[in-house]
Design a protein around this ligand. Structure first.
Ligand code: NAD
Length: 259
């Protein structure tokens, strides 16, 4: 798939799925604005890593908790690259806890980063995409945009919300050459999943290895999806042949949500 000459902003792309999507886009010829947390040295290394595919790659440290920083990141990207063609809303965090113990500040942060930041990015890019009659918005949702799991109140609420936002904006953009779709991975082996294992192990009274097996039980394939697979799907959705696909939510979950 060809993305030559396009510019993509991928939120939360210093790690895991976002980084996989950034690599896939750069390999397909797109310039990429990376974003996420971390140190200056880590960001420089990630820019060099994604930059080895030969396109222009820059980093912007906008915090997805801050609407002003989100706006500034997109304004800068539009100025530096003469427009943003592809937006991927991927930044996300997780917290696992029964509802009665769920810290309100964790609820607020998960809703802000996993849902509200996408409202801010989308409302910023849509006018220019509509004016150019071309745009691609891809929201990284989750199997948890379709199914629920105990102890993930904020995450499931945010991902269901993001799936709904995807459908609404797809309808609003349907005649404009701008497509809006969601990708819903099951479990993908990334730092976000790894960090949940101690809590699951504690809640279930099992070892970390057993917690990993519990996680994978949800996925009939018995295997984690990979960041490369998600990068390939995102690249297809961003490409020209995907022009008629909008408002869809693509599961990539080894069969989880068929159950
Ligand atoms: P990850 O922890 O590897 O990466 C998360 C990224 O988000 C990092 O780049 C991090 O720096 C960034 N981020 C976090 N808080 C931020 C903030 N305030 N501002 C800017 N950036 C911020 O996680 P991942 O597993 O790659 O998850 C990426 C997305 O995929 C998330 O939306 C997650 O919900 C979703 N997802 C992951 C899985 C999975 O199994 N890993 C499954 C379904 C959906």
């Amino acid at each position: 798939m060809e993305l030559k000459g396009k510019t993509a902003v991928v939120t939360g792309s210093t790690s895991g799925i976002g980084l996989g999507i950034a690599h896939a886009f750069a390999k397909a010829g797109a310039n990429v604005v990376l974003n996420g947390l971390g140190t200056a040295d880590e960001h420089a290394a990630t820019v060099a890593d994604v930059g080895r595919h030969g396109t222009k790659v820059v980093f912007d440290g906008a915090n997805m908790l801050r609407p002003d920083e989100i706006g500034a990141m997109l304004e800068k990207a539009e100025a530096d690259f003469d427009g943003v063609d592809i937006l991927v809303n991927n930044a996300g965090i997780q917290h696992v806890s029964p509802i009665e113990d769920f810290p309100p500040e964790k609820w607020d942060a998960i809703i802000a980063i996993n849902l509200t930041s996408s409202f801010h990015t989308i409302r910023h890019v849509v006018p220019a995409m509509k004016a150019r009659n071309w745009g691609r918005i891809i929201n990284v949702c989750s199997a948890h945009s379709i199914r629920a799991s105990a102890h993930k109140a904020a995450y499931v609420a945010a991902k269901h919300g993001l799936a709904g936002l995807t459908k609404v904006v797809a309808l609003e953009c349907a005649k404009s050459g701008v497509t809006v779709n969601a990708i819903s991975p099951g479990f993908v082996w990334t730092p976000l999943v790894e960090a949940q294992l101690p809590d699951i192990a504690k809640a279930e009274g099992v070892s970390i290895e057993e917690a990993k097996a519990i996680v994978l039980k949800r996925q009939p394939s018995g295997e984690f999806a990979t960041v490369d697979q998600i990068g390939s799907l995102a690249t297809f959705l961003a490409s020209e042949p995907a022009a008629a696909i909008t408002g869809s939510n693509y599961s990539i979950d080894g069969g989880w949500t068929t159950q």
